[in-house]
Design a binder for this molecule. Structure first.
Ligand SMILES: Nc1nc2c(ncn2[C@@H]2O[C@H](COP(=O)(O)OP(=O)(O)OP(=O)(O)O)[C@@H](O)[C@H]2O)c(=O)[nH]1
Ligand SMILES: [Mg+2]
Length: 489
């Protein structure tokens, strides 16, 4: 129980940190249209990706213990299906689909973390759905089945940007399964690229599991080795890494049995290969453990990007303030010289030389003031606009970019800096942005470090200490309890 409570407290702290400190800044500057915590407040999720007919739906059906997803040899399912647990169903009732909802509901209900996917349009909404099932497998996680990737010949316009949708879902997911089958072992470049571009590099390897499925369909052991080799080669090309990621080798005993494949002498090689189906199942059930780690990465990634954004804004504001101060003092000097020249003119020009000196001084001062006002109202405005435009064309000069990490975070916020500067024309409070920067930086530097330390500590907590409860409440549902309160009991 201590562990459960510790996790609860940590999770609540993280969510509070995001909603109270990062979200207001993110929304003020248009970094995010919805509260940042929208994506991380729901239960752990497992995203299942892969080629069409690679066996995604078959695998999910096996895990759930019910044929809930349609299967078939041709591209069968062109929908993204979120499959989750029905809390309201009494335990012990036969496993069944208890509720189904369409994409519109799923995208608009704030209980779910999919509000950000609204941007993919109505065509996507009509290919997005929710199924609730009372399968015990789903007690601590939700699964998202996806339409298979098609090869370039059969690829057609889906009416929405498939790659972007995958990227958005992968960001929310705690675990991503990428399935291949022996027939199309190398055609996942598209999905992989969008995964690589969206998942934080640090957590990429922890979050993605590669699966070579349907291995019963290889003609022989030699054929399987050839397919495995091709897949490794393709993956190393896509990931740009020399070391080969772990690839689970699996097949569905039920599907293989149905196809009569297991009786063929050529399938004898399967007895030398362990079907890693169970291992895969265990790995999927571990998804909730990735959750806190992913939350910490979430805070780090967005904290870092927001910091970089604010840094750019501060840098510009300082530049324009310096420019305006310089310009003001030049104008002041110019107007004083103008006023002095006017005064000399007034005292030496015969028709007005006899005027009272106070009048002469007033006249010179008025001229000097008019010069200054004219400068500020017209020339300074024009020069400031030119200054802004010059900087909008060379935004990279606003911040040092000495390494790839900085370049990546700047690439993520550069356009946002552009839009904000264009909209407010450089008129915003420097002290406010500096304050926001200090707060976000504090979260990024100290907050994420503390979370990591807490996670380390958490890993060190004896698992036996968790056995105090018969039915532990999943940490994303339980109310937070300070760690001390339970350890005292
Ligand atoms: N022999 C064999 N057949 C399999 C295996 N897994 C799935 N199949 C069969 O392959 C076909 C495609 O499986 P699906 O589960 O529909 O594949 P999918 O990846 O969900 O396909 P899409 O939804 O169209 O992208 C079905 O006819 C399954 O019965 C397996 O491990 N071995
Ligand atoms: Mg399917």
């Amino acid at each position: 129980m201590y562990r459960e409570n510790y996790i609860n407290a940590l999770r609540t702290e993280l969510l509070e940190m995001v909603s109270e400190q990062l979200t207001p800044v993110a929304m003020r500057y248009g970094y995010s249209e919805v509260p940042l915590e929208t994506n991380i407040k729901w239960r752990p999720q497992v995203l299942v990706l892969g080629n069409y007919s690679s066996g995604k739906s078959t695998l999910i059906n096996e895990f759930l213990g019910i044929d809930v997803q349609g299967t078939g040899q041709a591209p069968t399912d062109d929908s993204f299906t979120v499959i989750t647990y029905d809390e309201n169903e009494p335990p012990g009732t036969p496993i069944r689909v208890t509720d189904q909802r369409d994409g519109k509901f799923l995208l608009n209900d704030p209980e779910y973390p999919f509000e950000t996917l609204k941007r993919h349009g109505l065509r996507f909404a009509s290919h997005f759905k929710l199924k609730k099932i009372n399968s015990p497998f789903l007690k601590n996680l939700a699964i998202i089945d996806t339409p298979g990737m098609l090869d370039s010949i059969t690829e057609r316009d889906r009416g929405y940007n498939y790659q972007d949708v995958i990227g958005d879902l992968a960001q929310i997911a705690d675990l991503v399964l990428v399935l291949f089958d022996p027939h199309k072992a190398g055609t996942v470049r598209e999905a992989h690229t969008s995964l690589r571009d969206t998942l934080p590099a640090k957590t990429f390897e922890d979050r993605v599991l590669y699966v070579l499925n349907r291995i019963d369909e290889c003609a022989s052991m030699t054929d399987l080795l050839r397919v495995y080799g091709t897949l490794c080669w393709n993956l190393s090309q896509i990931t740009g890494r020399k070391d080969i990621p772990m690839i689970h080798l699996t097949y569905s005993p039920v599907a293989a049995e149905k196809s009569g494949r297991l009786d063929e002498p050529k399938a004898a090689y399967l007895q030398y290969i362990e079907n890693q189906r169970e291992e895969l199942k265990k790995a999927v059930l571990q998804a909730p453990c990735h959750r806190l780690d992913n939350l910490a990465s979430f805070v780090e990634t967005h904290g870092e990007r927001l910091c970089h954004f604010l840094e750019g804004m501060i840098s510009f504001r300082k530049q324009i303030r310096r420019f305006r101060a310089k310009s003001f003092f030049s104008a002041l000097a110019g107007s004083l010289v103008g006023g002095a020249a006017a005064w000399v003119g007034l005292i030496s020009f015969t028709p007005v030389a006899g005027l009272h000196p106070t009048l002469q001084l007033t006249g010179a001062a008025t001229l000097s003031a008019l010069l200054l006002i004219g400068w500020l109202a017209v020339v300074q405005k024009y020069l400031s606009a030119r200054f802004l435009n010059k900087w909008l064309e060379q935004l990279d000069g606003l911040t040092p970019l000495p390494n790839q990490t900085r370049r990546d975070s700047w690439a993520a916020v550069r356009d946002l800096v552009y839009v904000n500067l264009k909209n407010n024309r450089g008129n915003y409070s420097l002290s406010q942005v500096v304050g926001e920067y200090a707060m976000v930086k504090e979260i990024h530097d100290r907050g994420s470090r503390e979370i990591r330390e807490a996670l380390k500590e958490l890993n060190g907590i004896d698992l036996d200490e968790t056995s105090g409860s018969d039915t532990p409440i999943p940490f994303w549902e339980a109310p937070a309890t300070p760690p001390d309160s339970d350890s005292a009991s």
